[in-house]
Design a protein around this ligand. Structure first.
Ligand code: UDP
Length: 453
């Protein structure tokens, strides 16, 4: 039956999908993973992308790439929320022009629909104007999709004082007030407007894809389906495993760490990386270095260029080099999925971006959580308190707490229990993407939906 469907798609001269990722690493990855999956189903893929953080077309020889002007200058240093807000304004015209051009290039191959990141809300108006269906992809999980800024503001959570930060939020167990999404800008009105526009544009779309799997967030998905009952929701994750092998890295990955990992004992290494956007202070860096040095565990530490406030690099504390020479490696950017899959890696100290969280689950690696912003705090709470596959650093970066938490994760029996539990989640994730699994079937339904347009 599926073979017949794939054949039918091929006979139709590869109907085309136009996909438009949000230009951040954590959003480009799932969109290109989805593109690779849909390409394997027989669709021809055109990626429209901004000049800013443009993906590397040479990694995807089967795809057609179209770059659009985004109105940003190279030296513009903006926080992500402001950037998102600007891109939603500046990209509208170039995106519409580009799509119109693609549509007027003749009927062959026909464009079935556009698939855009949920954050690019303006694309719904463009799709409506050009008479194209629009499907949206949410790069994050289901939990934080229901904890919308609008709802949280209406309930007054953003005005809660310090003494209420530890109270549980009745609408979102197991989250406390301090775990609710937070933002990198002081302009909360901008966040409010963005969140309303995004919500409306999701509700007006023809399909809502979420990079999660049913067994991971069943209650939250039920809630999401109630909140967005007007639109069909498809869980198609974890995309990193469903569509492996497609490298979308914006930075050059340092593969030398793989040979270094080969020399370490099984499950002995803690991998440390805070993703593509989070940054730390000079003091944090020193505390992290001391915590790692004092923990006596081998570590692989990603210190991304530009990730230390106001510094290109900071001298590490005296004695660090000597103490860790035999058991530590620092790189600027790692092939993270390969690292997590390496048998020497026993723990992941992460900021809990959604991709990093899913990647850790998929490799059965328990986590040390230090979330910064957005959905990361909620993800960390789920990891530590619902799925119980990690420990959270609750007091920022402090060397003694870091040392203690690393030991809990890597050495203590508590860490062993977390490893068992995350292996259970890993198995469920893999089952979801196998034939007959929920994400596998969901993807088939997405293909049917697209073919019905
Ligand atoms: N990543 C990587 N190498 C690194 C650090 C991160 O390839 O050294 C990838 C990681 O595998 C993940 C993405 O960057 O897919 C980060 O996305 P996430 O949602 O975890 O966090 P964000 O960067 O959006 O905060």
């Amino acid at each position: 039956m599926e073979k017949a469907k794939d054949l039918q798609i091929q006979e139709m001269k590869a109907p085309r999908l136009v996909m438009f990722p949000l230009p951040f690493q954590g959003h480009i990855n799932p969109m290109l993973q989805l593109a690779t999956l849909l390409n394997s189903k027989g669709f021809s893929i055109t990626i429209i992308h901004t000049h800013f953080n443009s993906p590397n077309p040479s990694h995807f020889p089967n795809f057609h790439f179209e770059s659009i002007l985004d109105g940003l200058s190279d030296d513009q240093a903006l926080d992500p929320i402001t950037l998102i807000s600007i891109l939603n304004d500046t990209c509208q015209e170039p995106f519409q022009d580009c799509l119109s051009r693609l549509l007027s290039n003749g009927p062959d191959p026909p464009i079935k629909c556009i698939i855009t990141d949920t954050v690019f809300h303006f694309t719904q108006a463009v799709a409506d104007q050009l008479g194209l269906p629009r499907i949206v992809l949410r790069a994050n999980g289901a939990t934080t999709a229901t904890a919308t800024y609008k709802l949280l503001r209406e309930k007054g959570y953003f005005s809660m004082k310090d003494q209420r930060l530890d109270s549980l939020v009745p609408e979102f167990p197991p989250l406390r007030v301090r775990d609710l999404p937070s933002f990198s800008t002081a302009d909360l009105e901008m966040v409010y407007q963005l969140s309303i526009k995004m919500e409306n544009a999701i509700k007006a779309s023809s399909g809502f894809l979420v990079n999660t799997f049913n067994d991971l967030e069943p209650i939250e998905l039920e809630k999401l389906r109630r909140d967005y009952h007007l639109v069909q929701i498809f869980t198609i994750g974890p995309l990193n495993k469903f569509s492996p092998g497609s490298s979308n890295s914006l930075l050059t990955q340092d593969h030398s760490c793989m040979a270094w990992l080969d020399k370490q004992a099984p499950r002995s290494v803690i991998y440390v990386s805070f993703g593509s956007l989070a940054s730390i202070s000079k003091t944090d860096l020193v505390e992290i270095a001391c915590g790692l040095a004092n923990s006596d565990q081998p570590f692989l530490w990603v210190v991304r260029p530009g990730s230390i406030h106001g510094h290109d690099w900071v001298e590490l504390p005296e004695g660090f080099e000597e103490k860790t020479r035999e058991r530590g490696k620092i790189v600027k950017w790692a092939p993270q999925q390969e690292v997590l899959a390496h048998p020497s890696v026993g723990g992941f100290w992460t900021h809990n971006g959604w991709n990093s969280t899913l990647e850790s689950i998929c490799e059965g690696v328990p986590m040390l959580c230090c979330p910064y912003l957005w959905d990361q705090k909620a993800n960390a709470r789920y990891v530590s308190h619902l799925w119980r596959v990690g420990v959270q650093l609750e007091n920022g970066f402090e060397r003694d707490e870091i040392e203690w938490a690393i030991r809990r994760l890597m050495v203590d029996t508590e860490g062993e229990k977390m490893r068992e539990r995350i292996s259970g989640l890993q198995e469920k994730a893999m089952n979801c993407i196998r034939k007959g699994g929920s994400s596998y079937e969901s993807l088939e339904s997405v293909v049917d939906l697209i073919m019905s347009f």
